[in-house]
Write a protein that binds this ligand. Structure first.
Ligand code: ADP
Ligand code: ADP
Length: 239
């Protein structure tokens, strides 16, 4: 079943440069898709259009049967809880502990920065802890995020996305700041999440080899246009 459908999607930040040109594709529930393309191709912009962090026009994005462009602010808030985001620079709140960052993903700021944990129920905290355990970083739960390595911080980012129980996870260059070893850990986790939990993943990558290793389907973007869309093995190496 189609979870996401993009129809003639166009985006320009100002009238001169068109960043996305008639982008069209459909992603089914459970798919693991990688979007590849050179820097500036429009990969980040494409993800931002999907959860409407930027407005699009003309064109449409349908997520789970809903027209993303037609949502009110309130509806959009709800819709976004079904779409987890993972970023190159993790986007954690450095002064908060690991577990607070994870809970923040679900509940936002329930309070001032002090004493956040006290605002959550035992069950909520347990859920966050379980996720940290799953990602192998439970021992760091009460450390401040800025004391963790990049790879560990990205695992916190994954937990923060997962606590919302999203249907879709959008990953914008999740391993671009990581060494090969940490990159492998992150990609293995994403793949496992997709397989075990059936969560649909769209992962922006500039490393073609990584995309081929992990994604079952690759979408190639070049200057805002889809130039390839198919099973990973069909992508020629010299692309
Ligand atoms: P990629 O993720 O493939 O590197 P981006 O989506 O980040 O590509 O960028 C595509 C193009 O859009 C680039 O030319 C970039 O300079 C431009 N761009 C991205 N964000 C903005 C913005 N907020 N305002 C203006 N131009 C932008
Ligand atoms: P604000 O602070 O502007 O009131 P929040 O940052 O708390 O709003 O976000 C509102 C909702 O949108 C939350 O459910 C949050 O998970 C979601 N959200 C916020 N930023 C993003 C993002 N970059 N990608 C996806 N969802 C997001």
């Amino acid at each position: 079943m189609a979870l996401l459908e993009l129809k003639e999607l166009n985006k320009s930040y100002n009238s001169e440069v068109q960043v996305l040109k008639n982008v069209e594709f459909t992603v089914n529930t459970g798919e693991f898709v990688s979007i590849i393309g050179p820097s500036g191709a429009g990969k980040s912009t494409l993800l931002r259009c999907i959860n409407r962090m930027v407005d699009i026009e003309p064109g449409s994005v349908y997520f789970d049967g809903q027209d993303v462009g037609a949502q009110s602010k309130k509806e959009l808030r709800k819709l976004r809880t079904n779409i987890g985001m993972i970023f190159q620079h993790y986007n954690l709140v450095p002064r908060l502990t690991v577990i607070e960052n994870v809970l923040h993903g679900r509940f936002g700021y329930k309070s001032t920065l002090q004493g956040i944990l006290g605002r959550f129920t035992e069950q909520e905290k347990q859920n966050a802890f379980d996720l940290l355990e799953k990602l192998g970083i439970a021992e760091h739960a009460y450390k401040r995020c800025d004391q963790l390595s990049g790879g560990q911080q990205q695992r916190v980012g994954i937990c923060r996305a997962l606590i919302q129980e999203p249907k879709l996870i959008l990953c914008d260059e999740p391993i671009a700041s990581l060494d090969p070893n940490s990159s492998k850990i992150i990609m293995d986790h994403l793949k496992k999440i997709s397989e075990d939990l059936g969560i649909t993943c769209i992962v922006n990558l500039h490393q073609v080899e990584v995309a081929k290793d992990y994604a079952s389907r690759i979408i190639g973007l070049k200057q805002g246009e889809v130039v390839f869309d198919g099973p990973s093995p069909l992508l020629s190496i010299d692309k």
